[in-house]
Design a protein around this ligand. Structure first.
Ligand code: F0G
Length: 350
Protein backbone atom coordinates (compact mmCIF):
# COMPACT_ATOMS: atom_id res chain seq x y z
CA UNK A 1 0.00 0.00 0.00
CA UNK A 2 1.21 3.54 -0.83
CA UNK A 3 2.20 5.27 2.42
CA UNK A 4 2.45 8.94 1.44
CA UNK A 5 5.63 10.64 0.27
CA UNK A 6 7.38 10.89 3.66
CA UNK A 7 7.20 7.17 4.39
CA UNK A 8 7.63 6.20 0.75
CA UNK A 9 10.96 8.06 0.48
CA UNK A 10 12.39 7.68 4.02
CA UNK A 11 15.98 8.33 2.88
CA UNK A 12 14.97 11.86 1.91
CA UNK A 13 12.46 12.66 4.67
CA UNK A 14 13.74 11.54 8.05
CA UNK A 15 11.63 11.66 11.21
CA UNK A 16 12.94 10.57 14.59
CA UNK A 17 9.39 9.98 15.75
CA UNK A 18 6.88 8.66 13.22
CA UNK A 19 3.95 9.94 15.28
CA UNK A 20 4.69 13.45 14.00
CA UNK A 21 4.05 12.48 10.39
CA UNK A 22 0.87 14.10 9.07
CA UNK A 23 -0.17 12.47 5.83
CA UNK A 24 -3.30 12.03 3.74
CA UNK A 25 -1.38 9.60 1.52
CA UNK A 26 -0.42 12.27 -1.01
CA UNK A 27 1.75 11.52 -4.04
CA UNK A 28 1.76 8.45 -6.29
CA UNK A 29 -0.05 10.46 -8.95
CA UNK A 30 -0.23 8.96 -12.44
CA UNK A 31 2.20 9.86 -15.21
CA UNK A 32 -0.21 9.67 -18.12
CA UNK A 33 1.04 9.24 -21.70
CA UNK A 34 -0.64 11.80 -23.98
CA UNK A 35 -0.42 10.38 -27.52
CA UNK A 36 -3.34 12.32 -28.95
CA UNK A 37 -1.92 15.58 -27.68
CA UNK A 38 1.49 14.68 -29.13
CA UNK A 39 -0.13 13.75 -32.45
CA UNK A 40 -1.64 17.22 -32.59
CA UNK A 41 1.41 19.17 -31.36
CA UNK A 42 4.36 17.15 -32.71
CA UNK A 43 4.12 13.41 -33.47
CA UNK A 44 7.90 13.09 -33.09
CA UNK A 45 7.94 13.78 -29.36
CA UNK A 46 6.45 11.84 -26.42
CA UNK A 47 4.34 13.79 -23.95
CA UNK A 48 3.53 12.64 -20.41
CA UNK A 49 1.16 14.37 -18.00
CA UNK A 50 2.03 14.27 -14.30
CA UNK A 51 -1.53 14.61 -13.06
CA UNK A 52 -1.18 16.31 -9.71
CA UNK A 53 -4.91 16.94 -9.56
CA UNK A 54 -5.18 13.43 -8.11
CA UNK A 55 -3.57 14.36 -4.80
CA UNK A 56 -5.80 14.41 -1.68
CA UNK A 57 -6.69 18.11 -2.02
CA UNK A 58 -6.37 17.93 -5.80
CA UNK A 59 -3.13 19.84 -6.29
CA UNK A 60 0.66 19.38 -6.03
CA UNK A 61 0.70 21.45 -2.85
CA UNK A 62 -0.01 18.34 -0.75
CA UNK A 63 3.52 17.04 -1.38
CA UNK A 64 5.02 20.05 0.35
CA UNK A 65 2.26 20.43 2.89
CA UNK A 66 2.66 16.94 4.37
CA UNK A 67 6.26 17.79 5.20
CA UNK A 68 5.68 21.41 6.30
CA UNK A 69 2.82 20.46 8.63
CA UNK A 70 4.63 17.38 9.97
CA UNK A 71 7.69 19.50 10.80
CA UNK A 72 5.40 22.11 12.37
CA UNK A 73 3.85 19.42 14.58
CA UNK A 74 7.30 18.01 15.37
CA UNK A 75 8.39 21.43 16.61
CA UNK A 76 5.27 21.79 18.77
CA UNK A 77 3.50 24.38 16.62
CA UNK A 78 -0.25 24.70 17.13
CA UNK A 79 -1.12 26.83 14.09
CA UNK A 80 -0.14 27.41 10.48
CA UNK A 81 -0.66 30.42 8.24
CA UNK A 82 -0.34 31.04 4.51
CA UNK A 83 -1.15 33.47 1.74
CA UNK A 84 -2.63 31.77 -1.27
CA UNK A 85 -4.11 31.99 -4.72
CA UNK A 86 -6.21 29.04 -3.53
CA UNK A 87 -4.42 25.72 -3.66
CA UNK A 88 -1.96 26.30 -0.84
CA UNK A 89 -4.84 27.39 1.39
CA UNK A 90 -6.87 24.28 0.53
CA UNK A 91 -3.92 22.05 1.31
CA UNK A 92 -2.88 23.89 4.49
CA UNK A 93 -6.47 23.72 5.76
CA UNK A 94 -6.71 19.97 5.12
CA UNK A 95 -3.35 19.04 6.65
CA UNK A 96 -3.96 21.28 9.67
CA UNK A 97 -7.32 19.56 10.16
CA UNK A 98 -5.59 16.19 9.95
CA UNK A 99 -3.01 17.34 12.51
CA UNK A 100 -5.62 18.86 14.83
CA UNK A 101 -4.03 22.32 14.68
CA UNK A 102 -5.32 25.68 13.46
CA UNK A 103 -5.05 27.06 9.92
CA UNK A 104 -5.23 30.75 9.02
CA UNK A 105 -5.37 31.51 5.33
CA UNK A 106 -5.18 34.89 3.61
CA UNK A 107 -6.44 35.08 0.04
CA UNK A 108 -7.00 37.81 -2.55
CA UNK A 109 -10.66 38.82 -2.54
CA UNK A 110 -12.58 37.73 -5.63
CA UNK A 111 -9.58 36.14 -7.33
CA UNK A 112 -9.59 32.55 -6.23
CA UNK A 113 -11.45 29.69 -7.88
CA UNK A 114 -14.63 28.62 -6.11
CA UNK A 115 -13.60 25.02 -5.40
CA UNK A 116 -10.46 26.12 -3.60
CA UNK A 117 -12.35 28.52 -1.36
CA UNK A 118 -14.84 25.74 -0.56
CA UNK A 119 -11.97 23.44 0.42
CA UNK A 120 -10.38 25.91 2.85
CA UNK A 121 -13.78 26.57 4.41
CA UNK A 122 -14.94 22.97 4.80
CA UNK A 123 -11.63 21.95 6.43
CA UNK A 124 -12.27 24.57 9.09
CA UNK A 125 -9.63 27.18 8.32
CA UNK A 126 -10.08 30.78 9.33
CA UNK A 127 -10.29 32.43 5.92
CA UNK A 128 -9.40 36.09 5.49
CA UNK A 129 -10.01 37.79 2.15
CA UNK A 130 -7.79 40.81 1.62
CA UNK A 131 -8.70 43.58 -0.78
CA UNK A 132 -5.38 43.17 -2.55
CA UNK A 133 -3.45 40.54 -4.47
CA UNK A 134 -1.39 37.48 -3.52
CA UNK A 135 1.79 39.51 -3.10
CA UNK A 136 0.05 41.77 -0.54
CA UNK A 137 -1.23 38.71 1.30
CA UNK A 138 2.22 37.09 1.37
CA UNK A 139 3.78 40.20 2.90
CA UNK A 140 1.15 40.17 5.65
CA UNK A 141 1.53 36.49 6.58
CA UNK A 142 5.33 36.73 6.53
CA UNK A 143 5.15 39.52 9.10
CA UNK A 144 2.60 37.69 11.27
CA UNK A 145 4.65 34.48 11.30
CA UNK A 146 7.73 36.44 12.38
CA UNK A 147 5.95 38.08 15.28
CA UNK A 148 3.59 35.33 16.51
CA UNK A 149 3.92 31.58 17.22
CA UNK A 150 2.33 30.58 13.94
CA UNK A 151 4.20 28.52 11.33
CA UNK A 152 4.36 29.93 7.80
CA UNK A 153 3.54 27.20 5.27
CA UNK A 154 4.08 29.11 2.04
CA UNK A 155 7.01 27.83 -0.04
CA UNK A 156 9.33 30.22 1.83
CA UNK A 157 9.14 27.40 4.38
CA UNK A 158 11.96 25.14 3.10
CA UNK A 159 10.05 21.97 4.03
CA UNK A 160 7.49 22.79 1.34
CA UNK A 161 10.17 22.68 -1.37
CA UNK A 162 11.69 19.56 0.19
CA UNK A 163 8.40 17.68 -0.01
CA UNK A 164 7.66 18.84 -3.54
CA UNK A 165 10.91 17.20 -4.71
CA UNK A 166 8.99 13.93 -4.53
CA UNK A 167 7.25 14.74 -7.83
CA UNK A 168 10.61 14.44 -9.60
CA UNK A 169 11.40 11.19 -7.76
CA UNK A 170 8.13 9.62 -8.91
CA UNK A 171 8.67 10.66 -12.53
CA UNK A 172 12.15 9.09 -12.59
CA UNK A 173 10.81 5.96 -10.87
CA UNK A 174 8.02 5.68 -13.49
CA UNK A 175 10.10 6.39 -16.60
CA UNK A 176 13.25 4.66 -15.36
CA UNK A 177 15.17 7.86 -16.16
CA UNK A 178 14.41 11.59 -16.26
CA UNK A 179 12.59 13.13 -19.23
CA UNK A 180 14.50 15.38 -21.65
CA UNK A 181 12.31 18.35 -20.81
CA UNK A 182 10.11 19.12 -17.84
CA UNK A 183 7.46 21.79 -18.42
CA UNK A 184 5.51 23.49 -15.68
CA UNK A 185 3.59 26.64 -14.80
CA UNK A 186 5.43 29.22 -12.72
CA UNK A 187 3.71 31.39 -10.12
CA UNK A 188 5.49 31.88 -6.84
CA UNK A 189 8.24 29.75 -8.43
CA UNK A 190 8.46 27.13 -5.68
CA UNK A 191 7.54 24.15 -7.81
CA UNK A 192 10.12 24.64 -10.57
CA UNK A 193 12.67 25.09 -7.77
CA UNK A 194 11.51 21.90 -6.07
CA UNK A 195 11.44 19.71 -9.18
CA UNK A 196 14.94 20.79 -10.12
CA UNK A 197 16.18 20.11 -6.57
CA UNK A 198 14.47 16.71 -6.74
CA UNK A 199 16.13 15.73 -10.01
CA UNK A 200 19.51 16.88 -8.66
CA UNK A 201 19.01 14.89 -5.43
CA UNK A 202 18.24 11.74 -7.46
CA UNK A 203 21.27 12.44 -9.67
CA UNK A 204 23.55 12.95 -6.66
CA UNK A 205 22.62 9.61 -5.14
CA UNK A 206 23.13 7.82 -8.47
CA UNK A 207 19.52 6.95 -9.17
CA UNK A 208 19.60 8.80 -12.51
CA UNK A 209 22.47 9.42 -14.91
CA UNK A 210 21.40 12.67 -16.51
CA UNK A 211 19.20 15.68 -15.81
CA UNK A 212 16.25 17.25 -17.67
CA UNK A 213 15.98 20.80 -18.94
CA UNK A 214 13.42 22.74 -16.90
CA UNK A 215 11.02 24.84 -18.95
CA UNK A 216 8.68 27.10 -16.99
CA UNK A 217 5.82 29.31 -18.13
CA UNK A 218 4.26 32.38 -16.58
CA UNK A 219 1.05 34.02 -17.74
CA UNK A 220 1.90 37.06 -19.85
CA UNK A 221 0.02 39.45 -17.54
CA UNK A 222 1.94 38.07 -14.55
CA UNK A 223 5.40 37.41 -15.96
CA UNK A 224 7.90 39.13 -13.67
CA UNK A 225 10.67 36.58 -14.20
CA UNK A 226 10.37 36.76 -17.99
CA UNK A 227 10.31 40.53 -18.05
CA UNK A 228 12.76 41.03 -15.21
CA UNK A 229 10.53 43.38 -13.24
CA UNK A 230 7.97 43.18 -10.43
CA UNK A 231 4.36 43.33 -11.63
CA UNK A 232 2.44 45.61 -9.26
CA UNK A 233 -0.88 44.58 -10.77
CA UNK A 234 -0.59 41.04 -12.14
CA UNK A 235 -3.58 39.91 -14.21
CA UNK A 236 -4.44 36.56 -15.78
CA UNK A 237 -7.38 34.21 -16.15
CA UNK A 238 -5.09 31.61 -14.52
CA UNK A 239 -5.66 32.97 -11.01
CA UNK A 240 -3.40 30.34 -9.42
CA UNK A 241 -0.37 32.01 -11.00
CA UNK A 242 -1.52 35.61 -10.72
CA UNK A 243 1.66 36.65 -8.89
CA UNK A 244 3.77 39.75 -9.48
CA UNK A 245 6.77 39.16 -7.21
CA UNK A 246 7.54 35.45 -6.77
CA UNK A 247 9.15 34.37 -3.50
CA UNK A 248 11.48 31.87 -5.22
CA UNK A 249 12.36 34.15 -8.15
CA UNK A 250 16.15 33.70 -7.88
CA UNK A 251 15.93 29.96 -7.29
CA UNK A 252 13.75 29.57 -10.38
CA UNK A 253 16.28 31.48 -12.45
CA UNK A 254 18.97 29.19 -11.04
CA UNK A 255 16.95 26.08 -11.97
CA UNK A 256 16.49 27.48 -15.47
CA UNK A 257 20.18 28.27 -15.94
CA UNK A 258 21.67 25.18 -14.29
CA UNK A 259 19.42 22.90 -16.31
CA UNK A 260 19.93 24.73 -19.61
CA UNK A 261 16.21 25.41 -19.73
CA UNK A 262 14.07 28.50 -20.14
CA UNK A 263 11.27 30.53 -18.56
CA UNK A 264 8.87 32.19 -20.98
CA UNK A 265 5.32 33.51 -20.94
CA UNK A 266 2.07 32.43 -22.58
CA UNK A 267 -1.05 34.50 -23.19
CA UNK A 268 -4.40 33.81 -21.57
CA UNK A 269 -5.74 32.75 -24.98
CA UNK A 270 -2.91 30.24 -25.36
CA UNK A 271 -3.58 28.94 -21.84
CA UNK A 272 -7.30 28.47 -22.54
CA UNK A 273 -6.60 26.77 -25.86
CA UNK A 274 -4.26 24.28 -24.15
CA UNK A 275 -6.80 23.84 -21.31
CA UNK A 276 -9.46 22.78 -23.82
CA UNK A 277 -7.04 20.62 -25.82
CA UNK A 278 -5.86 18.46 -22.94
CA UNK A 279 -9.37 17.84 -21.67
CA UNK A 280 -10.88 17.14 -25.09
CA UNK A 281 -7.99 15.09 -26.51
CA UNK A 282 -6.82 13.15 -23.46
CA UNK A 283 -9.75 13.17 -21.04
CA UNK A 284 -7.59 14.90 -18.44
CA UNK A 285 -9.16 17.87 -16.71
CA UNK A 286 -6.79 20.41 -15.17
CA UNK A 287 -7.23 23.98 -14.01
CA UNK A 288 -6.25 26.87 -16.32
CA UNK A 289 -2.89 27.60 -14.59
CA UNK A 290 -1.84 23.98 -15.06
CA UNK A 291 -2.45 24.24 -18.79
CA UNK A 292 0.28 26.90 -19.01
CA UNK A 293 2.71 23.95 -19.10
CA UNK A 294 1.05 22.67 -22.27
CA UNK A 295 0.58 26.12 -23.79
CA UNK A 296 4.30 26.68 -23.28
CA UNK A 297 5.16 23.36 -24.85
CA UNK A 298 3.06 24.28 -27.90
CA UNK A 299 4.74 27.68 -28.16
CA UNK A 300 8.24 26.26 -27.90
CA UNK A 301 7.47 23.49 -30.37
CA UNK A 302 6.31 26.09 -32.89
CA UNK A 303 9.57 27.93 -32.34
CA UNK A 304 11.50 24.74 -33.15
CA UNK A 305 12.77 23.69 -29.71
CA UNK A 306 12.49 19.95 -30.34
CA UNK A 307 14.54 17.81 -32.73
CA UNK A 308 12.36 14.70 -32.45
CA UNK A 309 12.60 11.76 -30.07
CA UNK A 310 12.41 13.86 -26.89
CA UNK A 311 10.35 12.85 -23.86
CA UNK A 312 8.55 15.81 -22.30
CA UNK A 313 6.73 15.77 -18.97
CA UNK A 314 4.13 18.45 -18.26
CA UNK A 315 3.06 18.83 -14.64
CA UNK A 316 -0.68 19.41 -14.45
CA UNK A 317 -0.58 21.10 -11.08
CA UNK A 318 -4.25 21.20 -10.10
CA UNK A 319 -7.58 19.52 -10.85
CA UNK A 320 -10.01 21.17 -13.25
CA UNK A 321 -12.95 20.76 -10.87
CA UNK A 322 -11.44 23.40 -8.62
CA UNK A 323 -12.47 26.02 -11.16
CA UNK A 324 -15.81 25.00 -12.69
CA UNK A 325 -16.59 28.59 -13.72
CA UNK A 326 -13.81 28.72 -16.29
CA UNK A 327 -14.62 25.24 -17.61
CA UNK A 328 -18.21 26.28 -18.25
CA UNK A 329 -17.15 29.60 -19.76
CA UNK A 330 -14.97 28.00 -22.46
CA UNK A 331 -17.25 25.05 -23.28
CA UNK A 332 -20.26 24.48 -25.49
CA UNK A 333 -23.56 25.33 -23.72
CA UNK A 334 -25.80 22.38 -22.81
CA UNK A 335 -29.05 22.29 -24.82
CA UNK A 336 -32.31 22.43 -22.89
CA UNK A 337 -35.29 20.61 -24.38
CA UNK A 338 -38.64 18.96 -23.57
CA UNK A 339 -38.49 15.46 -22.02
CA UNK A 340 -39.35 13.71 -25.29
CA UNK A 341 -37.15 11.19 -27.13
CA UNK A 342 -37.96 12.77 -30.48
CA UNK A 343 -36.85 16.19 -29.34
CA UNK A 344 -33.63 14.80 -27.83
CA UNK A 345 -32.92 12.90 -31.07
CA UNK A 346 -33.51 16.08 -32.97
CA UNK A 347 -30.86 17.86 -30.90
CA UNK A 348 -28.50 14.92 -31.47
CA UNK A 349 -28.92 15.41 -35.20
CA UNK A 350 -30.71 12.09 -35.93
N1 F0G B 1 -0.37 25.72 -10.68
C1 F0G B 1 -1.26 25.81 -9.69
C2 F0G B 1 -2.55 25.09 -9.87
C3 F0G B 1 -0.98 26.54 -8.52
O1 F0G B 1 -1.88 26.62 -7.56
C4 F0G B 1 0.27 27.21 -8.42
C5 F0G B 1 0.58 28.01 -7.25
C6 F0G B 1 1.17 27.07 -9.49
C7 F0G B 1 0.82 26.32 -10.58
C8 F0G B 1 2.50 27.71 -9.47
O2 F0G B 1 3.37 27.05 -8.62
O3 F0G B 1 3.86 28.93 -7.10
O4 F0G B 1 5.23 26.86 -7.07
O5 F0G B 1 5.36 28.42 -9.00
N2 F0G B 1 -0.24 28.28 -6.33
C9 F0G B 1 0.09 28.99 -5.08
C10 F0G B 1 -1.09 28.95 -4.13
C11 F0G B 1 0.69 30.30 -5.27
O6 F0G B 1 -1.22 29.84 -3.30
O7 F0G B 1 -1.88 28.01 -4.20
P1 F0G B 1 4.53 27.85 -7.89
Amino acid sequence: MWKGIIRQYPDFFRFSDQKHVVTILEGNTPLIPAPRLAEKINPNISIFLKYEGLNPTCSFKDRGMTLAVSRAVESGSKAVICASTGNTSASAAAYAARAGIKAFVVIPEGKIALGKLAQAMIHGATVIKVLGNFDDALNIVKKISEDYPITLVNSLNPHRIEGQKSGAFEICDSLGSPPDYHSLPVGNAGNITAYWAGYKAYFDCGKIKNLPRMIGFQAEGASPIVQGRIFEKPETIATAIRIGNPASWQKAVQARDESGGLIDSVTDDEILEAYKMVSSLEGVFCEPASAASIAGLIKKNTQGLFNGGERVVCTLTGHGLKDPDNAIKVSREPVTCEPETKKVLNVLGF
